[in-house]
Design a protein around this ligand. Structure first.
Ligand code: ADP
Length: 439
């Protein structure tokens, strides 16, 4: 029996006894009057508390449970405790929900929660940007009205299939997303949108690269096999055999050069950051000019302009290979009688090495693609001069590893200038002995 019940019965009993006693002393009328008054007071007490409770229940504001007196105190205190526990539970749930949304917001992928009718319940900023949704205004709207691509509508309609493959969808700002619908709860859907633009680009580059390498190696190999067949099948005089062997050697060296360049590129791409050693510029420029002279065989005028007041900080083989590739290109793409100039410049903002030539030049539309692997403006000229189409890709990578950049300016028919620029952080003041000699 609850306290309220017990106390009410006890109060009634007290009123009845008091009424009976008064009835005996002062007459039955007085006795009944007391009983009626007592019962009325008890009823009023309960009605007042019930009314307060009903008022609160109509608008159950947290922390505003009415207070009670007597036996109602116990009831209302229990209700107050219950209400507080409920509010705490609600708060915990709200915190957990907020936490979950924050986690979904932090995800790099787009997330959209859809209800049973495929209307948006919530979406994170990434999904909003990719699918051009408004995270507030679009809540409650069917997603099919907002993302109207027919492929997406079909995918949405067939989403119930277990393990359905993600849908490739062109989304905002020229990007591509992989869309996946994952059922959860009663009949809700989780829509995940992953940006796969970069992954697709890398995959295309990988495919192109494999195709290019195969093609580049197949051409000399086909020629080589052709010569070998000829030498084997035909009775050739020794001079012809010598001629053919020379041509076969040429094709084999071409394949060798391509493989060497591919290996050099792969080392540049995967090696740890370059050594931070002093790369002495003055002797390097001298050596490069001598190498260019040897490659030119006296057909060009080679000169050096500018003097170094700093050295570079980095890996000498990589710097020398980058500069050497620029020089060898200048010699190879400049007709006999032309000029090739090596220039060095340094100052507070950094240092630069450039190679200028008076050669064939490059049309502007080719400039942005020159550092792509196997990209050539004139395929036959590149081959004739022993090019692999990988030289400038090697230059770009070697410079990037030293925070350097390649700038190209060119005028078709008049010549080109390739400049490697390094930030001041990559320069070192000359050592005392060298700087005294440089003065
Ligand atoms: P390649 O081995 O074919 O020379 P590179 O990567 O070194 O390959 O150069 C890419 C292309 O850029 C060359 O095929 C050529 O068309 C062009 N190129 C590079 N350097 C010069 C230059 N100094 N003058 C004119 N064209 C150049």
């Amino acid at each position: 029996m609850t306290a309220l019940y017990r106390r009410t019965l006890a109060a009634l009993a007290v009123v009845a006894v008091a009424g009976a006693v008064l009835g005996l002393i002062a007459g039955a009328a007085w006795g009944w009057a007391l009983v009626a008054f007592g019962a009325g007071a008890l009823l009023a007490y309960h009605v007042v508390h019930l009314a307060r409770l009903a008022r609160w229940l109509a608008q159950p504001l947290p922390g505003k449970v009415p207070e009670g007196r007597g036996s109602w105190d116990e009831v209302l205190t229990a209700l107050h405790r219950y209400e507080r526990a409920g509010a705490a539970r609600e708060q915990q749930l709200a915190d957990a929900l907020r936490q979950l949304r924050r986690a979904a917001q932090a995800m790099p992928d787009g997330v959209v929660l859809l209800d049973a009718k495929n209307s948006i319940e919530w979406c994170n900023d990434q999904a909003a940007a990719m699918l051009e949704l408004d995270p507030r205004a679009d809540v409650g709207r069917p997603i099919a009205n907002l993302v109207r691509e027919p492929a997406f509508i079909d995918y949405l309609a067939s989403h119930a299939e277990e393990g359905a493959r993600p849908l490739r969808l062109a989304v905002a700002h020229g990007r591509v997303a992989a869309i996946q619908l994952i059922p959860y709860g009663e009949a809700q859907m989780l829509l995940l949108a992953r940006d796969i633009t970069q992954a697709e680009r890398v995959e295309t580059m990988r495919r192109d690269f494999v195709a290019n390498v195969s093609h580049e190696l197949r051409t000399p190999l086909t020629v080589l096999v052709g010569f070998l067949e000829t030498v084997r099948e035909l009775k050739l005089d020794p001079q012809r055999v010598r001629d053919y062997s020379g041509m076969m050697r040429e094709q084999a060296s071409r394949m060798h050069r391509i493989i060497e360049d591919l290996l050099a590129l792969s080392v540049l791409e995967s090696a740890p950051p370059p050594a931070a050693e002093r790369v002495r510029i003055a002797p390097l420029l001298e050596r490069l000019a001598a190498d260019a002279g040897a490659l030119s065989g006296g057909r060009h005028t080679i000169s050096v302009r500018g003097r170094s007041h700093v050295d570079l900080l980095g890996a000498e083989p990589e710097i020398a290979s980058a500069f050497g590739n620029l020089l060898s290109n200048a010699v190879r793409y400049t007709p006999a009688g032309g000029r090739v100039t090596l220039a060095w410049d340094d100052g507070p903002e950094g240092a630069s090495f450039s190679v200028e030539d008076t050669g064939v030049g490059i049309a502007p539309e080719h400039l942005p693609r020159l550092t792509e692997r196997f990209y050539r403006v004139d395929r036959s000229r590149s081959r004739e001069t022993g090019g692999t189409g990988l030289g400038l890709a090697i230059v770009k990578h070697a410079l990037a590893r030293h925070q350097g950049q390649l700038e190209i300016t060119s005028t078709p028919g008049s010549g080109s200038r390739f400049t490697a620029r390094f930030p001041a952080s990559r320069t070192l003041p000359l050592e005392a002995a060298t700087s005294a000699a440089a003065e």
